[in-house]
Design a protein around this ligand. Structure first.
Ligand code: FAD
Length: 396
């Protein structure tokens, strides 16, 4: 059988290729960027479920800079109601892990190389043609590749994307950077809802055994480092991102509050426009879309990559369970779409609900939200449900 073709060696495409190989199904990957491309500065919150997938692929052991999240503090600005989730309460070592996108992609690239999976770097796919027996890919270098299954994992950024079936513009942009706080993070993450959008602080860096004075100072700084995702209205985001450091830190303190003491340092800011776009997996015969290519979510509650990883894992498992001559056929793709529907639409609905219900200043909603947070804090079964939902998705 011809190898499955994967468009994009981002985290989802790479995980799909590795998981397929583990299932005994060969894959070939085409990636638009060169192998040594500078990678994204964003930080990902990986769920415990994603860790289990990366462990099974042998990638987790290569990630030495993942910071465990053992507690999550959820609140809303200017109103009552706080909820706290802890790993202890749900009996897991950590609710999730914070990891630089760059570390993950480097580890995955290495794993692809070690596994001998063919990756054509610097080759963009310009057109995808579906067909009843084979789909074909037209690459920018002029070559045409054909396969019984094409997996599109291009992050939804390629020119090959069909129009989304559902789209929502939140009028929100994420301002992203690293900040240092006065108080150590103690592995606690924050999600703080404000009328302009949620602000998240993700603990980044543990204190490792220091060797000398300078190591000690570095370790001190690490345990006060947070990745910040500050969601603002589009009209305000560029202004906030461009503030001089002192003004930015003061504005962040006013926005977020003093739970971590003062904000002491901030790295250069980057902005990411945010939207919801659901394209769905059943694009065309012999072609399936996964990860951000199928659904681009608001980063609230850190769901996007985790859902994409489950897409990749489930697709590879299904390929492994399907006879070789039926891989990519209509029945297999329909089974894949059916199997993923609940988890994906659950994630889309959950993040959309959070953004829309929390990003406004309506008094009745503010009180209802406060009651919701109080209920979450007071009801252990509800807490366990929410925590499991965030760790494992709808099948949690
Ligand atoms: C500010 C921000 C914070 C986020 N935080 C979190 C979080 O905490 N937790 C979480 O789970 N998710 C988070 N996300 C979402 C997460 O970043 C994405 O879900 C994840 O990166 C998607 O991975 P992917 O592999 O599908 O796409 P990408 O990471 O976009 O990778 C796509 C790859 O395809 C390649 N490509 C594109 N077009 C082509 C082409 N035509 N031919 C060949 N190759 C191509 C690209 O070069 C790239 O390497 C966040 C997103 C943002 C914007």
């Amino acid at each position: 059988m011809k190898p499955v073709l994967i468009v994009g060696a981002g985290p989802v495409g790479a995980v799909c290729a590795l998981a397929l190989q583990q299932q005994g199904v060969a894959a070939q990957v085409l990636e638009a960027q060169p192998e040594d491309a500078r990678v994204d500065t964003r930080t990902l919150a990986l769920s415990h479920g994603s860790r289990l997938i990366l462990e099974r692929l042998g990638v987790w052991a290569q990630l030495d800079d993942a910071t465990p999240i053992t507690r999550i503090h959820i609140s809303q600005r200017g109103a009552l109601g706080v909820a706290r989730l802890s790993a202890e309460e749900v009996n897991v070592p950590a609710l999730g892990y914070v990891l630089p996108y760059a570390s993950l992609t480097v580890a995955l690239k290495r794993a692809l190389g070690d596994a001998g999976i063919a990756v054509d770097y610097g080759v963009a796919v310009t057109r995808i043609e579906s067909g009843s027996e084979m789909a074909s890919l037209h690459a920018a270098d002029g070559r045409v590749h054909a396969a019984p299954l094409v997996v599109v994992a291009d992050g939804g950024r390629g020119d090959t994307a069909p129009a989304p079936k559902f789209e929502r513009d939140y009028d929100q942009t994420a301002v992203v950077c690293e900040v240092q706080t006065e108080l150590p993070h103690a592995n606690q993450a924050y999600e703080r809802f404000t009328p302009d959008g949620p602000a998240a602080l993700l603990p980044k860096g543990d204190r490792h055994a220091p060797q000398g004075d300078s190591d000690f100072l570095r370790a001190e700084a690490r345990e006060r480092s947070y990745a910040l995702v500050w969601t603002a209205r589009n009209a305000d985001a560029q202004r906030i991102a461009a503030l001089p450091d002192d003004a930015f830190l003061a504005a962040l303190y006013r926005h977020f509050g003093g739970r971590q003491g003062l904000f002491l340092h901030a790295s250069p800011r980057k902005t990411f426009p945010l939207k919801l776009a659901w394209t769905g997996s059943e694009a065309a015969a012999r072609v399936v879309r996964i990860g951000n290519a199928a659904q681009t979510l608001h980063p609230v509650a850190g769901q996007g990559f985790n859902i994409g990883l489950r897409d990749a894992w489930e697709l590879a498992s299904l390929c492994g369970d399907t006879p070789a001559d039926a891989i990519g056929d209509a029945a297999m793709l329909a089974a894949y779409a059916r199997g993923r529907r609940l988890d994906v639409l659950g994630g889309v609905g959950f993040t959309d609900f959070l953004v829309r219900v929390f990003s406004n200043d309506s008094a009745p909603l503010r009180h209802a939200r406060g009651l919701g947070l109080l209920a979450l804090e007071a009801l252990p079964p509800l807490k366990a449900f929410v925590a499991r939902r965030m760790m494992f998705g709808a099948h949690g």
